[in-house]
Design a binder for this molecule. Structure first.
Ligand code: FMN
Length: 292
């Protein structure tokens, strides 16, 4: 299917785009208006865009339904300061509750049962229950349109970070396994980040990988090895050579057993290499693949 976005209604565009561009981190923004009324609302059109200067952007959109603007947007126009409270799994139901369209004078800290904590450099209060809070000044607000559904980019410089000590490792850095972010996807879907679904991918940017085009064609065109398998094989820094000292009983068995059937042998060898790759044994996988 192909979709020309110009042919879609606002809600169809929202549905396709939000399911596709996901997961999105959640900015739980506390703001105040000129009279000091406090507001707290979640926004998943949010991300980090610059480290130096440290800049994050979130977007309270015009409502698709009636083209009205959100209190958060009106507040940052009056008082260009915001606390971005990072949402973790323990906060997700209360965060969703705070997204209700309460009247302007209603403080969502009270509605959603969060505790206000005074910030150091800005006027809006922080959410005490959030484990990471960013005190920000608003640098610029950029409207992306005047129709319903149009975003308003709130471009924020992060001035001060508050990090719960329980998230830190012995070096004083955030331990990624301890921060159980939740993120928004399409419709009512969310996901939770924790140790059971985190994994690492080695950065290739220091030394270049050999690349797919350097893989032997029997490997590159394998019906067994997937894109992820080939990605690992092609990330070695130079084409491996046969290592005569490589000694592997399972490999020997494959070679003996399938000696009369080269096609089956290749299949078994690729299956074995795939297993080794799934265990992170890239050097061994290469030796297995080079054995035939
Ligand atoms: C997890 C979550 C993420 C949301 N993300 C956005 C968003 O990025 N932009 C937006 O305009 N509304 C978003 N909403 C809806 C707003 O939170 C909702 O419209 C809220 O009432 C706005 O409050 P305000 O008018 O007090 O600023 C989101 C809601 C939830 C629950």
């Amino acid at each position: 299917m192909q979709l020309d976005l110009r042919d879609l209604s606002i809600s169809e565009k929202q549905n396709y785009l939000q399911h596709a561009v996901a997961p999105r981190p959640i900015c739980f923004a506390s703001t105040v208006d000129g009279k000091g009324n406090i507001n707290l609302s979640p926004f998943s059109f949010f991300n980090l865009f610059s480290i130096n200067p440290p800049v994050v952007i979130f977007s309270p959109s015009r409502r698709g339904r009636d083209n009205t603007t959100k209190h958060t947007y009106e507040n940052v126009l009056q008082v260009p300061e915001v606390v971005i409270n990072i949402v973790d799994y323990e906060m997700v139901q209360q965060t969703s509750l705070a997204s209700g369209e309460f009247p302007k004078e209603v403080n969502e800290f009270h509605k959603a049962g969060f505790t206000q904590e005074t910030a150091t450099m800005v006027r809006p209060p922080m959410v005490k229950e959030s484990k990471v809070k960013l005190e920000c000044k608003v640098l610029e607000i950029k409207s992306l349109g005047e129709s319903g559904g149009a975003g308003n980019l709130v471009i924020c410089e992060v001035l001060l970070m508050h990090i719960d000590d329980g998230l830190l490792n012995e070096k004083g850095m955030i331990d990624q396994t301890k921060l159980h972010h939740v993120a928004r996807l399409g419709g009512d879907w969310y996901c939770r980040v924790d140790e059971s679904n985190l994994f690492k991918v080695e950065k290739p940017n220091v030394k270049l990988g050999i690349g797919f085009d350097a893989l032997p064609s029997s490997v590159r065109l394998s019906k067994i090895l997937s894109g992820n398998d080939l990605g690992q094989l092609a990330n070695v820094h130079e084409m491996p050579e046969v290592d005569a000292s490589f000694d592997d009983n399972h490999l020997k068995q494959i070679i003996q057993y399938y000696s009369v059937n080269p096609e089956e042998m290749e299949k078994e060898i690729h299956l074995y290499a795939k297993k080794l790759l799934s265990q992170g044994k890239i050097t061994a996988a290469w030796q297995v693949l080079l054995s035939v």
